[in-house]
Design a protein around this ligand. Sequence first.
Ligand SMILES: Cc1cc2nc3c(=O)[nH]c(=O)nc-3n(C[C@H](O)[C@H](O)[C@H](O)COP(=O)(O)O)c2cc1C
Length: 171
Amino acid sequence: MEIMEAVKKRRSIRSFTDRPIPPKILEELKDALIWAPSAGNLQSRLFYFIFNRQMKQALVEAALHQFFIAEAPLVVGACIDLDIEQNYGKRGRDLYAIQDVSASIQNLLLVAYTHGLGTCWIGAFQEEEASRIIGVPREYRIVSLIPVGYSAEDQPAPPRNKKKDSILDIY
Ligand SMILES: Cc1cc2nc3c(=O)[nH]c(=O)nc-3n(C[C@H](O)[C@H](O)[C@H](O)COP(=O)(O)O)c2cc1C
């Protein structure tokens, strides 16, 4: 698949079948995460691959009852590593770590799409509750949950800004 096809056709999916994800594809999703760029190559990020049914159900409660989270065979919990502050100070903690993890997440969404998998980048959840459920250590901060699975729906593309409204050419 051409990369632009994945970039444009990937959609946020909020309904999943219970078909399991083959192990080979799971490994590729992990590769997609770790091969993303990061500030100083410090890779200030950590990911949980959550298959446990009870934990996924508990995360639904933490995520304002976004029930589709528990439908997906896999939920990825994406965290930033606050230890980056040692190297890059406040800018590292506030900006670099979030960019590190976001680069990985976008890789994940696109690679998942090329394998026919649906994903949804979820930011709306009670952070303390999600950390407690997963057992995230204090030096990390959970920023996103990403259910991954075979889609049970077709989603139309939501509109995007016109290029001229979001991108300014400077010569
Ligand atoms: C940081 C971030 C947080 C998001 N949080 C949620 C969320 O909590 N629940 C949800 O259903 N979608 C969430 N989304 C998905 C967006 O709603 C979606 O990407 C947007 O509507 C564009 O649709 P598309 O992904 O199909 O192109 C989030 C996306 C991002 C990047």
